[in-house]
Design a protein around this ligand. Sequence first.
Ligand code: SAH
Length: 357
Amino acid sequence: MDALLSKAVATPRALSREELVRLLEWPDVQELFAAAYEVKRREVGCVVALRGLVECGNVCAKDCLYCGIRKGNQNVRRYRMEADEIVRRAEVARDAGYGNVVLQSGEIESEENTAFIESVLVGIHERCGENFGVTLSLGEQTDGTYRRWREAGAHRYLLRIETSNPQLYARLHPDGHSWSRRRECLHSLRRNGYQVGSGVMCGLPWQTVQDLAADIEFFAAEDLDMIGMGPYIPHRDTPLGADAEWTRQVAAERLELGLRMIAVTRLHLHDVNIAASTALQALAPDGRERGLLAGANVIMPNVTDVKYRSGYRLYEGKPVDDENSFGSRDALERSISAIGEGIVWNGRGDSPHWRGR
Ligand code: SAH
């Protein structure tokens, strides 16, 4: 094996910016994925952790220029699930053997919403037990809100920084959206005792390979426990996606870039949880499996009631039916064992990096 790949496989967090760039551009992509897979096999095993994803609502105060549920998109019917509906979906996830859920929604900051989520957390723990895992992905909130949700039983939080480059962030968001506040939120989550996850989109307009290498350095500097990344996929009802070029060739390139980011993140960080995101699956039917083979170890089957799915279309081609996102236990088991991996049923799937902390 090439000396740089061997070093990356042997030693965590030892790569320079230039070395990260070289790996991101590695000519033999299969060799890159194989090296990342070797690290994954050693650090987490050939196993996949599951999270049941509940898309609780698409009401959002933010207006991110790339996102299909941005406030300014008039073509979305807005919804908010009731508390008992959310608890019911957690039970569906428990009955399916997932062991934990991720509650995700647009960003709302209000006392009413904070109290609402508290009541949902209490309900989930009453019905699904104390050991049932709950991850939140509800955007930027005050320190006090994060504390209350932690006390009510959430133990992991996902908040993508979207890009580690503040100038690029500013081009992708209108005034009033603050990169610094987002990073401050990651620190607040850490202080409040969460396992902290973040991540970025790759293939964004104006983004360079240097930016992507810096993103991976950001993950290390923030000492993240979990990484959720995915290719940017244009959405036609957004300022950024309105006239994006869209061909099969472009889709294949976006997918490969997403897989390369997973592989190089695994090669640098070694023991974190890395999700094979739904966006990979939107670009190819076997996108998630390919993500696992490039070094990811988590998949997030959607357990949202099908009637809400079309309301949560963040990007074009996001799967909205059960076939493509949830499927039966057998189908999931088959597609995972076909790539030589096993599923951890009924687990919380905590981050090995967090356990070692
Ligand atoms: N607003 C919440 C979560 C909802 S959006 C939060 O910020 O925590 C979840 C993720 O979808 C975002 O973090 C973003 O990275 C991703 N996303 C949004 N629009 C996208 C697009 N057009 N292509 C790919 N990913 C997108």
